[in-house]
Write a protein that binds this ligand. Sequence first.
Ligand SMILES: [Zn+2]
Length: 111
Amino acid sequence: MIPVERHKRELFHGLIRIHVLLHASEEPIFGLAMMKELARHGYRIGPGTLYPLLHGLVRAGLLKALPKKDTEGRRRMYRITPAGKKALEKARVKVDELHRELHEVHPRLAG
Ligand SMILES: [Zn+2]
């Protein structure tokens, strides 16, 4: 049996990444505020999960960590990159399509 935590990781981390990119496209984000925002949407993830996820997005070139001098206080802040904006736009199309399919009654399953 697959442990519950791994289940969640397999299914939801892509959604969480899209969510992070969306907020980073609106304004620079930092870890703690992002954790609160995700919790508001029902994703309970801690720093041990979120920070590696943020660093992964940075390595992928979708987020950029702002230089410390540009941020208030000691928070590490991130903003979206041009590649991140493109990826977010593609994700938006895919999520819209998935959303439609999730909510349509599939012809094979209908009565
Ligand atoms: Zn949100």
